[in-house]
Write a protein that binds this ligand. Sequence first.
Ligand code: FRU
Length: 448
Amino acid sequence: MIQTAYKETYRPQFHFTPKTNWTNDPNGLIYYKGEYHLFFQHNPFGINWGNMTWGHAVSPDLVHWKQLPHAIHPDELGTIFSGSGVVDYNNTAGFQTGDEAVLVVFYTSAGSHAPEKVPFTQSIAYSNDRGRSWTKYEGNPVIEHIVASNRDPKVIWHEPTQKWVMTLFLDGNDFTFFGSTNLKEWEHLSDIKIPDGECPDIFELPVDGDPENTKWVFWGAGGKYYVGDFDGTIFTPDGESQRADYGANFYAAQTWSDIPDSDGRRIQIAWMNGSNPPEMPFNQQMSFPCVLTLRTTPEGICMYREPVAEIENIHDYTHAWSNVTLNPDENLLAGLTGELFDIRAEIELNDASAVGFNIRGQDVRYNVAEKQLTFLERSGPLAPQDGKIQLQILVDRISIEAFGNAGALSMTSYFLPDLENADIGIYAEGGSATLVSLKVHELKSSWV
Ligand code: FRU
């Protein structure tokens, strides 16, 4: 039963993992009629990478997931590598048979893993029943082999030029753009190099929330992104690439397609690539979904990442303080234990040299002089604003994700806790700090 399956010692309780076996990249992220679809690279037959197949899960709120039968299986063109999806509301491909709009997904046919080896090509499949069953297009592949292991098609609708645009990873740092009006025939548009590889994403966002002032973002699997302009043919970066996340386990992030305008969010999820705890039936996990925004900073226009507000759907008991002085050697949270938390703090640093949290033996530490947040052997920059920092820390059984100053800093890391230690603590060093506000929300499991 699913209920017992999701209770294993190290099973994440609000991060997606497959019931069993290996997963890597999130694929085909589509929102349609109240459901967030998450497809994922999956090995149906083993705990390690192989036999790539699209697993499938749906969620009403990005927190509670239900795994469905696998969507796309290997065939004579290859195993099924990463890709994306859209809702074809205008039936541009002509696949629609009933009243539901058609979901169309784009994936790489990884030909070197086919029964008889063929080159890597790009293929499509579609669903007329809200993603419950899938038909591969009879004309596959829709894009022939270009170079090396070209892969990971990301498709978007480009409104100003009224066409579909695909960006594709070629090899090394090379990516390319294609355009189409029917999702089946694609023409080459332009090429781009970025200091990253694999799993591109491209999207438009308002700057500082102003819909009249938008920028485009081009993104690679390693989490490097460019802010720039896209005219439907060519992406022109404004400056150097930037880094989106400073944690140890953040890869192949993708954003959801077709989020309704009434919502308007650009929502992203990543593969938390890395280690896996011992003796679990699954291997690897997804990050917690985050909202992306572009904001003007002294360093230019930067990406902010903040957890989706739906985390509140699993808030349980809340411990709250405001305007409390935290002196060295005091631990306001003494006696608090648990595995699942959403911690939110606004801390005035005063004369403290460091402030932080102890999470099951793991120090999450802000060094005031260095202006750095450090945990799990990674550090990220966080400048105080008016002498204060804001932190949000999501703690699950095998992950810690920290967000600083409303998403200016994002750090996503795998964490192997000491099972004997469930203590949560807070500290200041070198002088006192003021907890302007501290809320420690205990979380319920999303699997019950
Ligand atoms: C990224 C990646 C993709 C590829 C997939 C295969 O992690 O290497 O480029 O499509 O994984 O599983």
